[in-house]
Design a protein around this ligand. Structure first.
Ligand code: NAD
Length: 299
């Protein structure tokens, strides 16, 4: 495509799964890539620097440019070092891809405080921490014409409300809010911010019981994380400057653009609502919009 050549990216969670596919594609398209991965278990425990190093070596072995980083993205100071690594190794930073993540699934009534905190910390604080230091770096450059990109990962778990993942769903919708806010605040520094909602077979989806998986059936080739990478590479490119503050879905051979939330219908009173008047108006106007018959009409 050409508009990736010579650019520099950080991809978090790039030791396996979707992050790895993204790192390999960006590198094969001419980008230098900082491959970040803590290398822990799916629940976030443990660490293994070998994972990030292995992907960085795979890129270097095919003639690409890569550096490995084993930081925990939710460690604020380590996230600052991660941004500095891109600049010290490759002289600049153009693209931040926040793909790192863990799962600690549980129904809300059984969820422990730790299960809640850990998932919010890795996904939401992790995305905030890398975003903060990348944004500070770009702000200091004050280049409105720059083509800088942040690509976050959200999930249908949050967008559609997976019942057994309250922590993960909340973190992923928090990332949507972070995406909207930073798209608005960073535009003047030449930064676009979008969220990708992916679907692919990885360690993460394999852990979800078959009857609860949202990933569509398809061949192993179709459900490969490699099929999410082209959309991320497009968003990372200089061509994509027209899109910011949006959610885009990529799974198999399909990509889809989500609506951003907006009011469906407004009722404006002439003063404070009485409870009776509010109930009557809301039921008359909102109920039919949600597929329920208006009061007094046959169901
Ligand atoms: P994965 O488990 O295969 O990869 C995630 C990687 O993140 C792992 O290699 C892990 O070691 C790394 N990681 C975890 N905690 C980290 C931390 N604190 N610091 C740095 N690295 C850390 O999962 P995946 O399916 O490739 O998921 C990638 C992203 O896509 C995640 O944000 C996930 O929530 C999101 N997602 C995936 C799917 C899917 O269908 N696979 C669906 C919706 C959202």
């Amino acid at each position: 495509m050409g508009s990736l050549d010579g650019r520099v990216a950080i991809v978090t969670g790039a030791g396996r799964g979707i992050g790895r596919s993204v790192a390999l594609l960006l590198a094969s398209e001419g980008m230098a890539v900082v491959v970040n991965d803590l290398g822990g278990a799916l629940d976030g425990s443990g660490s293994d620097f070998g994972l990030a190093r292995g992907v960085a070596e795979e890129i270097s072995g095919s003639g690409g440019r890569a550096a490995a980083n084993g930081a925990d993205v939710s460690d604020h100071a380590a996230a600052e070092d991660l941004i500095k690594t891109a600049v010290s190794e490759f002289g600049r930073l153009d693209v931040l891809v926040n793909a790192a993540g863990i799962l600690r699934d549980r129904m809300v009534f059984n969820m422990s405080e730790h299960e809640w905190d850990d998932v919010i910390r890795v996904h939401l604080k992790g995305a905030f921490s890398t975003t903060k230091f990348a944004a500070a770096y770009w702000r200091a450059l004050r280049d409105e014409a720059a083509q800088n990109r942040i690509i976050n990962f959200t999930s249908v778990s949050g967008l559609h409300g997976a019942p057994g993942q309250p922590n993960y769903a909340a973190a992923k919708m928090g990332i949507v809010g972070l995406t909207y806010s930073t798209a608005n605040s960073l535009a003047k520094y030449g930064v676009t911010v979008n969220a990708v909602s992916p679907g692919a077979v990885t360690r993460m989806t394999e852990s979800v019981p078959g009857d609860r998986r949202r990933t569509r059936p398809g061949t192993a080739d179709e459900r490969s994380p490699d099929n999410v990478a082209p959309l991320v590479a497009y968003l990372a490119s200089e061509r994509s400057g027209w899109i910011t503050g949006r959610i885009v879905h990529a799974a198999g051979y399909e990509v889809a653009l989500y609506n951003n939330p907006e009011p469906m219908i407004r009722l404006v009173g002439t003063g404070p609502w009485s409870l009776d008047a509010l109930a009557e108006q809301v039921e008359r106007s909102f109920r039919p919009k949600l597929g329920h018959p208006a009061p007094g009409r046959p169901g």
